[in-house]
Design a protein around this ligand. Structure first.
Ligand code: ZN
Length: 477
C-alpha cells in the first residue's frame, strides 16, 4: 500500500465583490441576481464596438483590502490585461483581468494566510471581471446565454500548493469566507458568489485540476476522492494524466471533462483603454485606517472582553452574521456566556434539523436578538429552566413571538416551591404504585418516576432536585 506520496494541493478561489453597487467597468448593477435574463447589461459590458471601460474605483479599494487581509504586497503600479479566448459567455472575446509581467503585477502578490494550525502562501490576488453564464434548457440539448453577470467584479485568489490534507483546505476556505464577510466585500451566502477550483498532485505525478465545485464541503470531498483515486492508480503503476476533472455532485466522484482542455495561449496584452493605476503609500495608509475588524482580532476580543472560550469564539466568528447577532443580543442584556451557549448549542441544533448552516440562515430566523437577550435574562434570573427556555426559543425561532407576558410567563415559570414539587411527587406515587414498589428494589426505576413527575409539571421543576426528593420519599414509603 502506498501511503507516503507527498500530496500537494493548491487553490484558485473566485470571489465576487457583491458589496459593490456597479460592475467593474460600467454602471450596470453589481447585484445581477435580481434581474430577468439580459436586463442588466449595457453596450460596455457586452463589448459593443466604440465603448470604453471606466474603472470602478471602489473595486480597487475593496480588492486592496482583501490583499491587506491576506498579507500581500500591493505594488505602486497596476495594470489591466486582455485575456483573449472565445467562449459563448464572453461577449467581448476577451476578459479584462490582471497579469504579472514586465515588473508589473496584479493588485496583490506574495501573501500568506493562517488557518487552524497551518498557514498557506498566497501567490497572487487579482481583480477581474466575471463572464456571463449559460443556462441549460431542461429537456433540450440547447442552452441560453444570460449576460447579466458579465463584468461583475471578482477577486481571484491563488495559493501556492501548500495544502497536504483536504481537511485543511476546508479550514482555509472557511477562514477566507469569514474574512471577506468581515470586510463586507462579499456575501458568501449568495449562490455562485464564491467558487473554488483546486489542483492536486501526488509525488512526482502530474497535476490534476478539479473544477465545477459549488460548496466548500464538496471541495473537501472532491479532493479526498481524487487522493484515493490517484493513490490507487499509483499502486497499480498506472500513469496519472494531467487533466481537468469535474466534480459530479450526485455521484460524489470526479470525472474527466468531456472537452479536452488544451493549454491555451491567451495572448495577454495590456488593455490600452485603461491607463495604469498608481497606488501610493498615502492611499494605502488611509485604506489601512478604514479596515474593519478582521476575524482574528474579533476572536481575541470575544475571548478577552466577553470571556468566551476559544472554541465558542471561533464558532461565532466563522460567520460574521452569527457574531453580529451574538453581539447585538449581548448589548441588550449582558449575559455573553448564556447567549453564546444558546447560539452554538440550541440554535445550531435547530439549524441542523433543517439541514442548513446556521451562519448563513441566522438573518432569516424570525427571533430577534432582543428576544434572545430576553430568554437569556429569564434563564439567568431563574424564571425558566433550560428545558422551558428551549421551548420558548423554538417558538420564537419559528413564529417570531416570545411568550413574556406575565400571565403566560407564570405557565412557564420554574417551580421552586418545595411543597408544590412534593405534591406532584405524591400524585405520581399514587398513580404509579407498582413502579414505586419496584423502585424500592431497583434504584433505576426512580428515573421512570422522575420522568412521570417531569411530565406532570411540564418540565418546570429542576430534575436533579426532583430526583433527590423522589429518593427521599421512597425511603419514607
Ligand atoms: Zn454594463
Amino acid at each position: 500500500m502506498i501511503s507516503n506520496y507527498g500530496t500537494k494541493i493548491g487553490l484558485e478561489i473566485h470571489c465576487q465583490l457583491t458589496g459593490l453597487k456597479s460592475k467593474l467597468f460600467c454602471s450596470c448593477h453589481c447585484n445581477y441576481r435580481e434581474y430577468s435574463p439580459n436586463e442588466n447589461i449595457c453596450p460596455t459590458c457586452t463589448g459593443l464596438p466604440g465603448t470604453l471601460p471606466l474603472l470602478n474605483q471602489t473595486a480597487i479599494e475593496k480588492a486592496a483590502m482583501v490583499c491587506m487581509a491576506m498579507n500581500c504586497t500591493i505594488p505602486n503600479n497596476i495594470l489591466f490585461y486582455r485575456k483573449n479566448y472565445f467562449y459563448l459567455d464572453l461577449p467581448k472575446n476577451f476578459q479584462l483581468t490582471q497579469y504579472n509581467a514586465h515588473g508589473i503585477s496584479s493588485i496583490g502578490v506574495d501573501g500568506f494566510l493562517g488557518y487552524g494550525q497551518g498557514e498557506a502562501r498566497i501567490r497572487r490576488v487579482q481583480l477581474e471581471e466575471d463572464p456571463g453564464r449559460l443556462s441549460y434548457v431542461k429537456g433540450s440539448s440547447g442552452s441560453l446565454i444570460d449576460y447579466n453577470r458579465a463584468g461583475v467584479p471578482l477577486v481571484e485568489i491563488v495559493t501556492e500548493p501548500d495544502f497536504h490534507d483536504p481537511k485543511d483546505v476546508r479550514l482555509f476556505l472557511n477562514k477566507l469566507a469569514s474574512i471577506v464577510e468581515h470586510l463586507e466585500v462579499c456575501d458568501t451566502s449568495l449562490e455562485g458568489a464564491v467558487r473554488c477550483d483546486a489542483n492536486i498532485s501526488i509525488g512526482d505525478s502530474r497535476r490534476v485540476e478539479i473544477k465545477n465545485v459549488s460548496s466548500f464541503g464538496d471541495v473537501e470531498k472532491a479532493l479526498k476522492f481524487e487522493m484515493t483515486r490517484q493513490k490507487a492508480m499509483l499502486n497499480y503503476e498506472m500513469e496519472i494524466r494531467g487533466e481537468t476533472r469535474h466534480w459530479d455532485e450526485q455521484r460524489k466522484i470526479t470525472k474527466q471533462s468531456r472537452t479536452k482542455e488544451e493549454e491555451q495561449d491567451y495572448r495577454y496584452f495590456h488593455e490600452p483603454d485603461i491607463p495604469s493605476i498608481q497606488i501610493d503609500e498615502d492611499y494605502l495608509k488611509e485604506l489601512h485606517s478604514k479596515m474593519p475588524e478582521l476575524p482574528d482580532e474579533r476572536k481575541e476580543r470575544f475571548i478577552n472582553y466577553y470571556k468566551l472560550t476559544e472554541h465558542v469564539s471561533k464558532v461565532l466568528i466563522e460567520h460574521k452574521d452569527l457574531a453580529d447577532y451574538f453581539e447585538e443580543s449581548a448589548k441588550i442584556y449582558f449575559a455573553p456566556k448564556e447567549i453564546s451557549s444558546i447560539i452554538v448549542t440550541d440554535l445550531m441544533s435547530f439549524a441542523d434539523d433543517n439541514s442548513k448552516k446556521l451562519g448563513s440562515t441566522i438573518r432569516n430566523i424570525k427571533m430577534s436578538p432582543k428576544q434572545l437577550a430576553e430568554i437569556a435574562r429569564m434563564i439567568k434570573e431563574g424564571i425558566v429552566n433550560r428545558k422551558t427556555a428551549k421551548q420558548l426559543l423554538y417558538e420564537a425561532v419559528v413564529s417570531g413571538k416570545l411568550i413574556t407576558s406575565s400571565e403566560n410567563e407564570a405557565n412557564f415559570r420554574k417551580i421552586d416551591d418545595e411543597g408544590l414539587i412534593l405534591r406532584s411527587i405524591e400524585n405520581v406515587f399514587e398513580t404509579e404504585s407498582l413502579a414505586v414498589l419496584d423502585a424500592k428494589k431497583n434504584p433505576n426505576v426512580s428515573n421512570y418516576l422522575l420522568g412521570k413527575v417531569m411530565e406532570l409539571t411540564k418540565g418546570r421543576v429542576d430534575p436533579g432536585r426532583a430526583l433527590s426528593l423522589i429518593n427521599k420519599k421512597l425511603l419514607e414509603h
